[in-house]
Each structure stands twice: as C-alpha cells, then as structure tokens.
Design a protein around this ligand. Sequence first.
Ligand SMILES: [Zn+2]
Length: 386
Amino acid sequence: MRFSLDDTDGRARAATLELPHGTLTTPVFMPVGTQGTVKAMTTALLEDTGAQIILGNTYHLFLRPGADIIARAGGLHRFSAWQRPILTDSGGYQVYSLAKLRTLNDSGVTFQSHIDGSMVEFTPEKVVAFQELLGVDIMMQLDECPPTTANRDQITAAVQRSLLWAERSREAWQRRESALFGIVQGGLHEDLRAASAAGLIALDLPGYALGGFSVGEDMQHSYPAIAASAALLPPDKPRYLMGIGFPEDIVRAVGFGLDMFDCVLPTRCARNGLCFYSEGRLRIKNACYRDDMRPIDPQCACYACRTVSRAYLRHLFLADEISALVLMTIHNLHYYLELCRCMRAAIMAGRFREFQDSFLASPAGHAHDAAATDNDPGCAQAHKQT
Ligand SMILES: [Zn+2]
C-alpha cells in the first residue's frame, strides 16, 4: 500500500492510496457490502456509480458462508466478482451489537452466532488470518467497541484491551498485500483517545481508524472528539472514520482531516424510500410526488435521475417493485460519491472552507435534521410548483 498527499487545504486532505486492486483518491466514501454485496446492487451497477472501494464484514462472512467456501472460490474478490479494492471490518462492532451470550477476556471474545446459535471464538490472530484468506486490500484489527452508555472505567478497559489486540494483530499479520489498520477507541474522552492513538502509532501500522462514534443525535457531541483524535494521527498515513454518517457529518469530518468513510445510511435509506439530494432528503412515498415528473434531483447525473421521474419511482415503491430499491440505491450512492468528488476538487482548488460553509448552510447540509423532523423540503417545493 502506498499513500501520498496530493494537496491540503486547512486540515482537509486530498490523497491517493494505491492498493493491490486499484488506486483510491480521497476523500473517499466506501459503500457497505456487509455480506460481500452492496444491497440491491450488482458489481456492474456499483462500478457505474464510481465506487472505488467497498466494505465487507468479517463477522458476517465468517459465520456465513464461512472461510472454507470463500477459500475455495479463491478469495472474496473472485467470490463476489468485485475487482476493485475491498476493506473488511474486523467484526468487533457486530460482536457487540448482534451476537448473544458474549464472553470477553484478554484472549478474545466468544459469542453465539445469531444465525445458527453455534458458539464461535474470535481472537485477534484468527480475525487477521480470516481477512488474509479473504485477500482484502485493507483489514481492520479486532477491537473492543463498548456502547456509548459505557462508563469511563469500561471505556478505559476497552482501550487497553484493543491496544493489546492491535499488538497481537500486528504480530499475526503475514500477508503484506492486506494492509492492517488500527482502531482508536476511547469514547468521548479525549485523554483516552490520545492514549489509544499513541499506543497504535507506536506500532507503526499502515493506517488508522477512529471507531466507536455513533450516528444521529450524538454527533454534535462527537465532533470535538473526532476533530481532536484526527489531529493526533500521523499526517503520512490514511485516516478512516468508521460508520459515519449523514452527508453533513462527512463534510465536517473531511474538514477535521479525515480521508475515508463508510456508512449504511445511503443504501439503507434508499431501501426505505428516502433519497438524499441537493434539497436535503426526499421521501418518495409522499403523495406530493404522485404526478411529479421531475427526477429525484434535477442536478444529479446518476442513472436514475437521467432516466426516471419521482412519480415513476413512487409508483414502483408503492407497488413493492425491487427496481425502486435498485434505482434509489444508485441515486443515493452517487450522491455520496459525488459529494466526495466535489470535496476533493474544492481541496485541490484551495476553496474547501467555502465549499464546507456553503454546503452546511444549504438544505443538503441538514439531512439529519430533516430526517428527524420528517420535514420534506422536496415536498414543499413540489407544492409550490403546482
Ligand atoms: Zn440521482
């Protein structure tokens, strides 16, 4: 893996990351393909959106279909027919959010599969070995990801255990084509985040991620800790903010100096009939779109916006047609990917601050507020025109 900074503007960075399956330019959004597929998409459709890299998940792929099947296929790229880079999460987060009967100690975590009830053990070494077997471009260390409600003592223990696991992951790491990233934990405690980052940096890993930040209403409280944590990371390595978030969160985080992002929001929201666009967000089932012959976003160049109307998408969605979910997923992913392309262009042109201010002041910069209040600016706009 080779990382080079192409330009900076304030703390915002435009970088290039060369990986075995392709070269990424940052800021980069990574669509989430938990089960080895981005939901409602084929690899060809995904390539058309301009996705540079996708995310897979160790927890899910380990439980189903399992290491033997993917090894037999010759790795995750061959198994899934996606030839561009893949990053896999270690499964630490899923063990805490999905698995039952979890027991945790310094050696690893034992849990009950949510699929067949069998008991499974994850150790740092086993998780590295599985990701190497998948043949991914970037693999994440196993970490302990405590809930946001955890107290300071619990978060301190999670930081120490995650550091210990990072050291063991590094020792177990054999396949150098798969770059190993460490995960900074520490909740909203800046001193714990600093200790976590310092311990990981001493391991001289190829890249670093910030884990354990939630989405939604807590984000306002998370921004200072995200900004402070990003500033602790080495400037010559990629920085990945895990699992975040709404468009405005990503725009703010790029301003803090982060490079890589993933989130289920664009794909999950699309399947629920919610589109992100230049006016914020649009709920396709709303009656105001019944005879609205405009595309989701007249400013968008995606396949859905070039070809079909809001009225048609609403009809498909209400009729439970799968194509509605495909078309809205194409649009939402294109929106996130285009946002990253625009941020990169702004950084290269030395006008990121203007871009950020303008975006955050626009309706598109309040997609979370709009979702929380169920306010549909697209609907109001449609009413105005009729
Ligand atoms: Zn579109």
